[in-house]
Structures are given as structure tokens and as C-alpha cells.
Design a protein around this ligand. Structure first.
Ligand code: DCP
Ligand code: MG
Ligand code: MN
Length: 336
């Protein structure tokens, strides 16, 4: 997927994979990891298949697709529907579990616990459940968090963060990544990546920036106030633009050293699916890629790394693609 440069091959079986994705979501919400994984593998296979599925046998012949999945695929191909999915959709219990897993800070396990305790609505959780701090925020702002913002609003949020960061440290770079940078019309949150070209001034910005943005009333709630991975710092929280009729929006702020900027930019721009295909490409070339660095000369034994490899300097995003021996892919073309 990452390999093809310009027009990525269209998914000839989108009508099928869309339904199967719904099945994955359902099985994830019931904590049925094996079924979810089985469906996920089938989806990946179907995405790569160069033509529309035209028989049960054709589906069955593909990797990761057994007789039962072939039944489902053929049912969708013929009727456009999947009875099993319809059943799920009409199941009250599954609907409630899905709603509960959509609470920020709750996973499928917590959702099931809540259900077993007799809770059925978000109001039940608010009144009766024993919630941690994140879940309290998630419940209070449930509707706002489910609403994706128009990209214009993400741009306004970026500007607020940019101006505040610039006031602390002139020359700072604040770039919104994620779905916004990929040009999506709506964004689930705003992912602001911050660094400084001098290689050191980014360090003292993190805490001051958050303090300033709290003081001004822009940041309203913390979800994860500081997560440290190596030299990177990540904040996850909630913001609200000034003015009437504004919703609370999810915001992530990530501060990284300039030497890691290009890899962080690739990682936080995504999509998550694109990142997976990049990592897959790396494996084949004995390399590894994460939000910190690109490494070469990695030695793997099965899934395990027995030698970490050495860091390849990547001054720009383009250089990451070059080292991976693939043509540069602009952010707008990284959704698959
Ligand atoms: N990311 C990843 N793997 C994950 C989560 C995130 O590689 N499991 C990377 C790719 C994502 C980026 O981080 O694009 C930002 O994560 P988000 O969850 O904010 O996702 P998006 O910005 O892509 O979409 P949304 O509009 O829903 O926020
Ligand atoms: Mg995002
Ligand atoms: Mn995010």
C-alpha cells in the first residue's frame, strides 16, 4: 500500500469491507479479540484483491478466508446485506456495549463490567458508576467527543496553540498532524506536533505552554497530563475555543526534539493504517520505524528484535521515504 506512489489502487470490494469493518467494531466491543482479528485479516486480503469478488470459491481461495468468512463475503456480494450484522444492530445489549466503549477512557472490559452492574445509559454511568478521572470527563463530554469537528475549526485550534507557543519561544514550529494534515474534511481531534529547529528550545516549552493555555481558559480538562517516551512529551486533553456555541474538542500536544521531528511527523500524520504498511515495508529491509527514529541493520528472530539496529539520520519527511526506497507520498494520499 505504501509502495504505490501516486494513485493508490482502489479497493474493489469496498462494499464488502465496509460491512466487515462493522463486524470488527462489534466484536471489539464485546471483547471477542479472535473474531475481530479474523475479520481484520480478511479485510486486508480483500483490500489487496485486484477485482470485485464474483463467486464464493473466489473468496474462499484467498489467504485468511475460510468457509465461514467466504459465506459472509458472498452473502454481502449477492445481497448487499449481512444478516448477522443486522442481528447485531438490533441487539440492545450490543448497542449499549458500543455506547459504553465510546466513553473516553473505557475499553471493552470496562463496558462489560458496567453492563453487568446494570447500567444501561450514559446517565446511569454519570449517576451510579464508579468512574476514574478520564471516564468522568468522557461521560460529561460524551456527545461533544463523538462529534467530529470541521477542519476549519481544527485550523482555529492550531492557531491558538501556535500563537501561545510562539509567545514562549520565537521560531518554534507547531504543526497539526493527524487527519487534519491528511486533508480530511472533519477531524476527531487536533494533533499538534511541536519542535524547535535549534534542537534544544523545545524542552522548556511543554509545561509553560500547557500552563498558559490553561490560564487562558482554552484547555478545560486533562486526560493524560504528561506522558514521556524517551525525549518526547505528550499531553492529551480537552480544549474549547472562545465564543458562543463552541463544543469541547479533544486535543493532543506532542513536543519532540528536532532530530526526531521527521519521524514524529510521519507517525502522527498517519493514517494508522499507512503507518502499519510503512512498518511492514521496513521489516522486509531489516529496518524499523517509529515516532522517534528510522533504524537500519535491525536483526529479527521471528517477531522479536535481537539487534536494535542503528539510527539513520532523517532531516526531513522526504528523507524517510527515500531511505525506505519509496516515492514521497503527500499527506493527502496517506489514508490507506
Ligand atoms: N497513530 C498510530 N497508531 C495508533 C494511533 C495513532 O499510528 N494506534 C498515529 C496515526 C494517526 C495519528 O497517530 O493518524 C493521530 O492519531 P489520531 O487517533 O488522532 O487519528 P487521526 O488524527 O488520524 O484521526 P482522527 O480524525 O479520528 O483524530
Ligand atoms: Mg487526530
Ligand atoms: Mn490524536
Amino acid at each position: 500500500c505504501a509502495q504505490s506512489s501516486k494513485s493508490p489502487r482502489p479497493n474493489m470490494n469496498k462494499h464488502i469491507t465496509d460491512k466487515l469493518e462493522e463486524m470488527v467494531k462489534t466484536y471489539e466491543s464485546t471483547n471477542d479479540r479472535w473474531r475481530a482479528l479474523g475479520y481484520q485479516k480478511a479485510i486486508q486480503t480483500l483490500r489487496k484483491h485486484p477485482k470485485e469478488i464474483s463467486s464464493w470459491e473466489e473468496a474462499k481461495s484467498l489467504p485468511s478466508i475460510g468457509a465461514r468468512l467466504a459465506d459472509k463475503i458472498w452473502e454481502i456480494a449477492q445481497s448487499g446485506e449481512l444478516r448477522k450484522l443486522k442481528e447485531f444492530e438490533s441487539s440492545k445489549e450490543l448497542q449499549i456495549l458500543k455506547m459504553f466503549t465510546n466513553v473516553w477512557g473505557a475499553g471493552p472490559h470496562t463496558a462489560q463490567l458496567w453492563y453487568q452492574q446494570g447500567f444501561r445509559t450514559i446517565a446511569d454511568l454519570e449517576e451510579k458508576a464508579n468512574l476514574n478521572h478520564q471516564q468522568k470527563v468522557g461521560v460529561r463530554l460524551y456527545d461533544d467527543f463523538l462529534d467530529r469537528m470541521p477542519r476549519e475549526e481544527a485550523a482555529e485550534i492550531e492557531q491558538v496553540v501556535k500563537r501561545a507557543a510562539e509567545a514562549i519561544q520565537p521560531g518554534i514550529i507547531a504543526q497539526t498532524c493527524g487527519s487534519y494534515r491528511r486533508g480530511q474534511p472533519t477531524c476527531g481531534d487536533v494533533d499538534v506536533l511541536i519542535t524547535h529547529p535549534d534542537g534544544k528550545s523545545h524542552k522548556h516549552v511543554f509545561h509553560r505552554l500547557l500552563a498558559d493555555l490553561k490560564q487562558s481558559g482554552f484547555l478545560t480538562d486533562d486526560l493524560v497530563s504528561a506522558e514521556e517516551t524517551g525525549n518526547q512529551r505528550k499531553y492529551m486533553g480537552v480544549c474549547k475555543l472562545p465564543g458562543q456555541n463552541r463544543k469541547h474538542r479533544r486535543i493532543d500536544v506532542i513536543v519532540v526534539p528536532y532530530s526526531e521531528y521527521a519521524c514524529a511527523l510521519v507517525y502522527f500524520t498517519g493514517s494508522a493504517h499507512f503507518n502499519r504498511s510503512l512498518r511492514h515495508l521496513c521489516k522486509k529491509q531489516n529496518m524499523s520505524l517509529n515516532e522517534h527514529a528510522l533504524k537500519q541493520g535491525v536483526v529479527r528472530k521471528g517477531a522479536e528484535k535481537i539487534y536494535e539496529g542503528t539510527v539513520v539520520p532523517t532531516p526531513t519527511e522526504e528523507s524517510v521515504f527515500k531511505m525506505l526506497k519509496i516515492p514521497f507520498r503527500p499527506p493527502e494520499e496517506r489514508d490507506h
